[in-house]
Design a protein around this ligand. Sequence first.
Ligand SMILES: *Cc1c(COP(=O)(O)O)cnc(C)c1O
Length: 360
Amino acid sequence: MVKRVHNFSAGPAVLPVEVLLEIQQELVSYKGKGLSVMEMSHRSVEFQAIMDDAINDVKSILNLGDDFEVLFLQGGASTQFFMIPLNFCPDDKVANYINTGAWATKALKEAAKNGKQMHVAASSEDKQFTYIPKQYTISENPAYLHITTNNTIRGTEFKTALDTGDIPLIADMSSNIMSKSIDAKKYALIYAGAQKNIGPAGTTLVIIRKDMIEKINPGLPTMMDYNTHISKSSMFNTPPCFAIYVVGRVLKWILAKGGLEAIEKINIEKANYVYDILDNSDFYEGTVVMEDRSMMNIPFRLPTEELEKKFIAESKEMGMLNLKGHRSVGGCRASLYNSLPMKAAQDLAQFMIEFEEKNK
Ligand SMILES: *Cc1c(COP(=O)(O)O)cnc(C)c1O
């Protein structure tokens, strides 16, 4: 076996080793066809099957029926930041946002461009985004409400879907997509860059409820118009074939684990290894309010910045990578995405205990 590190990166992030080995097996000659997925036509029978499987598996994992379209696009979640207002906010309506962190801020800034009207329905900026606002005020004539279900940098997470009634609920789920069971039907649109929980960088999963299609603004540039991608099943232009193929294998891996209920159980157990230490220590300090803390990204501080540097350096020596907090907030952060093995969380917990013993 090749040696693997424990990779706590916030993204691009760890992939299941089983999936990597499968891909390695198939790399040079996919299903004995004599060529790799990177080299084949996106119009081939083989790639069509990869695409169809990926779409069906997304629907099956999230329990969605034929009233949803599943797309695999390019440009990252960041492209969705402006595609959403372009498509779904007409000039006489207002795009509503809950601001829970750096990514949400980037999303709402895009909605305030090009003459669009944007309203911040709630924000946790007053306390450095360390909590999820529990109340929000929607504007008049709302086009939709946008939320970021998991805040990758700050480590907070919406625990349940909001009930917005007739107002379309749109969610950036980049960093917690398929990490737990959710009621996906409540969302008018879900998007997620693949590179955190479901695959490599290069494709963005977009799920659109079909009743949204008639709301799409007319006259948009072709590639910016969701209609283009829906009508051509994500193949208007060459899709990121290899990234979609890897996502497809991760989806099969999720299904083989028993789907989202099973994944959620594992993720809770993993996160608890770290949270138990934060909760029982005067040395480590969690940085967000307990009820809103994320199962995916766990930021924490040590007593001094010097100790944090030492912690990061020593953990690296032990084969635990990317425990440094985001450059905008400092400190430490452990990202425990779906594909991170339980053993990695256990080893991190053990290391944290020993580090505290030696340095308190
Ligand atoms: C990483 C991240 C993004 C940005 O994704 P890109 O694919 O790099 O554009 C957006 N939103 C959230 C919540 C993220 O974690």
